[in-house]
Design a protein around this ligand. Structure first.
Ligand code: SF4
Length: 410
């Protein structure tokens, strides 16, 4: 029996897919994470934007073309939000964000389990990738006004530290890089009497390097910095969600910091990690964003000097606090996305070019016989002439020059 487990969403979804594949292998299934011919397909959906939700539905059509008789199981945020949209011929089971491991017990119908109050354990995930993603937390209490995720994933709940450490130790046998992920990673441990700084300290003797997933800037304080500085294996790459550089828009988004506070936290990090990559997400076209507040964001982004930015056009989600505010004209949003993306490309190039002639440690992910590719500790895509490097292992390289999408090394 072959089962394909398809992820449409974030790294947390990816970790859940890995855990499901691990459980399926234990049940004797042949598994794949690609859209290949299979008897069963489990689709872990995403609702973070309208586009993600559309892709989640679209993949069902693709699956039915590959195998019209396949059993399709739909789980995740988009089905939690609106299960009916997946009640399509061929879909056997629709569930939400809870009890994802029940897919093989429920062979038909729609079943949305109540969102749990405590962390719901899936099997300890096997690492199927060059870099391992380890999920440590689920849910979010922040209720940013544009975001539907707290309604779909429930409140913050953390995985037990011992469980995290066990999965990280197992992953470190297969890869030199582990990425810690959560829906709100910064809130890790607060519900179980610990915190992210303590977890970083507990993982600091691991032989794999640790990359932190997306962080809320408020997590950065003296204890957090101390844990980072004392760690032997933390990557100098910090992804700090910004969303806007305007205090007015940040307040309307229900983000809990000002642009000045954000800049102060970046300065703290750079005191100890002067060449660290600082990456971020920015939402363009929030309904209260004006040309002036968008320009504030552009100025702020330049002032911080981000090494990369995920630029998201605002996606209006029913049920969120911002939904009644409507949406800006599409062409206004598209033009701002274009301007911010151009600035992102300029800053990225500026940051990366400073590493020409430097040595970087690259975890190799893919090879095509000519070049091997992977990410450096500071999250730069690096290309190295292929010498049969093993995937998931660090190689030390000297950077020789730039490419459109990264750097080239010897
Ligand atoms: S922090 Fe905000 S954007 Fe992130 S999941 Fe929570 S509510 Fe959504």
């Amino acid at each position: 029996m072959k089962t394909a487990v398809i992820n449409i969403g974030c790294k947390v979804n990816q970790c859940e897919c890995d855990s499901l594949m691990t459980g399926l292998i234990a049940l004797g299934h042949e598994v794949s994470d690609e859209l290949v011919y299979a008897d069963n397909y489990i689709i872990n959906t995403c609702a973070v934007t309208k586009e993600a939700e559309r892709k989640s539905r679209q993949v069902i059509g693709k699956v039915k073309k590959i195998n019209p008789n396949a059993a399709i199981y739909v789980i995740g945020c988009a089905s939690e939000k609106n299960a009916e949209q997946f009640e399509i011929k061929g879909v056997r089971y629709v569930s939400g964000t809870a009890k994802k491991d029940a897919v093989f017990e429920m062979l038909s119908g729609t079943h949305i389990s109540p969102i749990p109050g405590a962390y719901e354990s899936l099997p300890i995930g096997t690492n199927f990738r060059a870099r391992a993603y380890v999920k440590v937390e689920d849910g979010c209490n922040n209720f940013c006004s544009y975001c539907v995720i707290p309604y779909l994933r429930g409140r913050c709940r953390s995985r037990a530290p011992d469980d995290v450490i066990t999965e990280c130790r197992a992953a470190a046998e297969t890869t030199d890089e582990i990425v810690l992920t959560g829906i709100n990673l910064s809130a890790y441990g607060l519900d179980v009497g610990t915190n992210l700084a303590e977890l970083i300290t507990k993982l600091s003797d691991l032989k794999a390097r640790i990359r932190l997933g997306s962080l809320e800037v408020n997590v950065i304080d003296a204890d957090f910095i101390h844990a980072l500085v004392s760690s032997n294996n933390i990557c100098p790459h910090f992804h700090l969600s910004l969303q806007s550089g305007s205090n007015e828009v940040l307040s309307a988004m229900n983000r809990h910091y000002t642009a000045e506070e954000y800049a102060g936290k970046v300065a703290m990090l750079r005191t100890y990690f002067p060449t660290a990559a600082i990456t971020t997400d920015v939402i363009v076209g929030f309904p209260t964003e004006t040309e002036e507040t968008f320009e504030e964001t552009m100025r702020f982004v330049r002032e911080i000097g981000f090494s990369n930015i995920h630029v998201f056009p605002y996606s209006r989600r029913a049920g969120t606090a911002a939904f009644p505010l409507g949406a800006l004209p599409e062409d206004t949003v598209a033009s701002r996305v274009k301007r911010l993306s151009a600035l992102r490309d300029e800053l990225k190039r500026e940051y990366e070019s400073a590493f020409v002639s430097s040595e970087l440690d690259v975890v190799i992910e893919t090879t095509d016989g000519i070049y091997a590719e992977g990410y450096s500790e500071n999250y730069i895509r690096v290309y190295v002439p292929d010498r049969d490097y093993p995937a998931g292992k660090i190689i030390k390289v000297t950077i020789e020059g730039e490419r459109a999408d990264g750097l080239v090394a010897k």
